[in-house]
Ligand binder design. Structure first.
Ligand SMILES: [Zn+2]
Ligand SMILES: [Zn+2]
Length: 146
């Protein structure tokens, strides 16, 4: 399987920098996360790659996601109730999480995560990243008014 896009090239570059092997699993799992305009749990990643990579196991998906996180290509977002989703958008950004259906979405324009990072850095703390999650009900779950 050869790299076919900028997405692949980014991953391959990072793997080669670390002298890590470029495997079909790593390519396909990274592609799945980058091609979906949503945030995926490890189970959703597994479901979306199992056509292309039959026999892939959940532990393999987890270890690949951990590697991608270490390479700075995905971020883990705590969505509450122990749920963790993986996000291929790695710059600091805020999320909304629906407590009824679990829908998670990017919240555009909220500058709090970025501000918190620079405030932490100003105290001498070396921040990795910051998260802001707004809890509530998504527009589909919220009771309609009027
Ligand atoms: Zn909802
Ligand atoms: Zn996001």
């Amino acid at each position: 399987m050869f790299p076919t896009s900028d997405t692949d090239a980014r991953l391959v570059g990072k793997l080669r920098d670390r002298r890590l092997r470029v495997t079909p699993q790593r390519i396909v799992i990274h592609r799945a996360l980058c091609s979906q305009a949503r945030h995926m749990t490890a189970e959703q990643v597994l479901a979306s790659v199992s056509d292309v990579l039959p026999g892939t196991s959940l532990p393999t998906v987890y270890s690949t996601l951990e590697l991608l996180e270490e390479l700075g290509l995905v971020r883990r977002v705590g969505a509450g109730n122990g749920a963790v989703v993986f996000d291929s958008r790695v710059e600091p950004h805020a999320h909304t999480v629906c407590r009824r259906c679990g829908a998670i979405a990017d919240l555009e324009g909220a500058s709090a995560p970025k501000n918190a990072l620079s405030m932490a850095a100003a105290t001498g703390f070396a921040p990795d990243h910051a998260q802001l999650v707004v809890w509530g009900l998504c527009s589909a779950c919220a009771p309609r008014t009027g």
